[in-house]
Design a protein around this ligand. Structure first.
Ligand code: HEC
Ligand code: HEC
Length: 403
């Protein structure tokens, strides 16, 4: 064999090997930068631990929380529960734009699927733990409108609830004890949070594709159609979505001002994160407070480092883009009725609110072609995770696992 032929064979071998790096069969090429981003978007992974809640992964607590999530007796008029606004068959979100409980609220009730992956809760991040978050609506006059004293009474009066409580938390505190209702109240929050931690949907077709690409396997690539792959590529590159929607749950868990126009019946100057920071800092239920089970941990320290700056005015939490199907309308006031309306807004910036002075400079119109928009839309549809266990969508037989 002469040297020329050898080197031709060598080059052929080398390029065949390099060819393997672009896993065969992708509709568009995913370069190193894109692959790196994919590694930060997938897989979803396990729900992160919550040391501020000792009962976060306690099955008895989750069962009690599951029951309480649907229990309308926690509300002032006996007709509102968490499920009134976080409708289980609507991805635990609200089909209405603005939430309505005891009264009409100012924001849209977001989906609770994968909520336990978050760092801050509420559109403005008014809570730093899931259990702290759950305590808000219980006493908010526009939501359940209840009161911790009445909630404690309910536990004393209902033998099934009392038994469920005592299985997890020990003896129900005596009603004459001044801190009794606070203690019960906090444990109600911790149980509901334990339930919410079960609302997880990962392993979407997108994750199968990302896993195949990461290991240069060709099987799994077909999990995404050509159009979905092109949409994914746009998502990572020109459409700039990963500027904010980055991380295993497709969010940076931070706050941004997208200047989405307000809902016709919505508030025009919602302070968003600006108010959220003040709320979490002032709350007795924050992660560094006396009811937390980890007062000096990472979550507690986070609040210490928050700076209340005017830049946070009108900024809202980046929502997850996993499991978008069946949870319209979108944004903090539910101002966009479907995904096409959201994409149209990012594409044109039409109607961008001029009332807010601290808009993000990074959001410029994308001006994608109609077929690019439809690719992007198709890709977002590939983020549907495996279905939830149907038993989570309805109230359980009783508040205890033995019921
Ligand atoms: C009246 C409707 C309504 C009811 C009832 C209600 N919520 Fe909500 N929920 C909302 C709205 C609106 C928001 C957004 C609030 C904000 O931005 O501060 C929200 C936000 C949340 C969040 C934050 C999600 C995230 O991604 O940050 C969680 C968790 C949550 N609710 C759980 C509950 C629980 C648990 C209950 C019952 C104790 C409950 N909600 C009752 C309307 C409701
Ligand atoms: C500057 C950060 C940023 C960028 C860039 C960005 N988003 Fe968002 N996205 C957000 C924030 C913040 C919200 C919530 C805004 C609100 O409620 O007012 C949001 C909301 C959404 C929603 C609604 C989800 C829901 O549950 O309500 C969708 C869908 C969405 N973005 C998709 C995209 C896509 C697709 C791109 C790329 C074209 C993109 N986003 C780029 C920050 C961003």
């Amino acid at each position: 064999m002469d040297l020329g032929l050898k080197s031709i064979l060598g080059i052929a071998l080398l390029s065949a090997l390099m060819g393997c790096q672009d896993a065969p069969g992708t509709a568009v090429e995913f370069g190193d930068a894109e692959r790196k981003q994919l590694g930060r978007l997938s897989p979803l992974g396990d729900v992160p631990p919550d040391p501020t809640n000792r009962f976060a992964d306690d099955p008895n607590a989750a069962r009690l929380g599951h029951w309480l999530f649907f229990d309308e007796r926690l509300s002032l008029d006996g007709q509102v529960s968490c499920a009134t606004c976080h409708v289980p068959t609507h991805a635990f979100s609200d089909p209405k734009s603005l939430a309505k409980g005891m009264g009409l609220g100012e924001r849209h009730a977001p989906s609770l699927i994968n909520v336990a992956y978050g760092r801050w809760f509420g559109w403005g991040g008014r809570a730093d733990s899931l259990w702290m978050q759950a305590l808000g609506p219980l006493e908010n006059p526009l939501e359940l409108g209840g009161h911790r004293d009445l909630i404690a009474d309910l536990f004393h009066d209902d033998p099934d609830l009392k038994r469920a409580y005592e299985t997890t938390f020990g003896p129900l505190p005596n009603e004459s004890d001044v801190t009794a209702s606070d203690e019960v109240f906090v444990n109600v929050g911790k149980s509901i949070a334990a339930f919410e931690r079960l609302l997880v949907r990962g392993n979407s077709r997108f994750d199968q594709f990302a896993a195949a690409l990461a290991s240069n396997r060709s099987d799994g690539i077909e999990a995404l159609s050509d159009s979905e792959q092109r949409g994914l590529h746009l998502f990572l590159t020109r459409a700039n979505c990963t500027q904010c929607h980055l991380g295993p749950n497709f969010t940076d868990s931070e706050f941004h001002n997208t200047a989405a126009p307000p809902h016709p019946e919505g508030r025009r100057d919602d302070p968003g994160r600006f108010q959220g920071i003040a709320h979490v800092q002032g709350s007795e239920f924050k992660a560094s407070g006396i009811y937390s089970d980890d007062r000096n941990g990472t979550t507690a320290n986070r609040v210490q480092h928050l700076v209340k700056s005017s830049d946070s005015f009108g900024a809202f939490k980046t929502p997850s883009l996993r499991n978008l199907a069946g949870r319209a309308p979108f944004m903090h006031q539910g101002q966009f009725e479907d995904l096409d309306a959201v994409l149209h807004f990012y594409d044109t910036r039409e109607g961008a609110s001029v009332t807010s002075h601290h808009q993000e400079q990074i959001l410029a119109p994308l001006r994608l072609s109609p077929s690019e928009l439809s690719d992007l839309h198709a890709f977002l549809g590939s983020l549907e995770g495996a279905a939830l266990d149907p038993s989570l969508l309805v109230p359980p037989a009783g508040p205890s696992l033995s019921d």
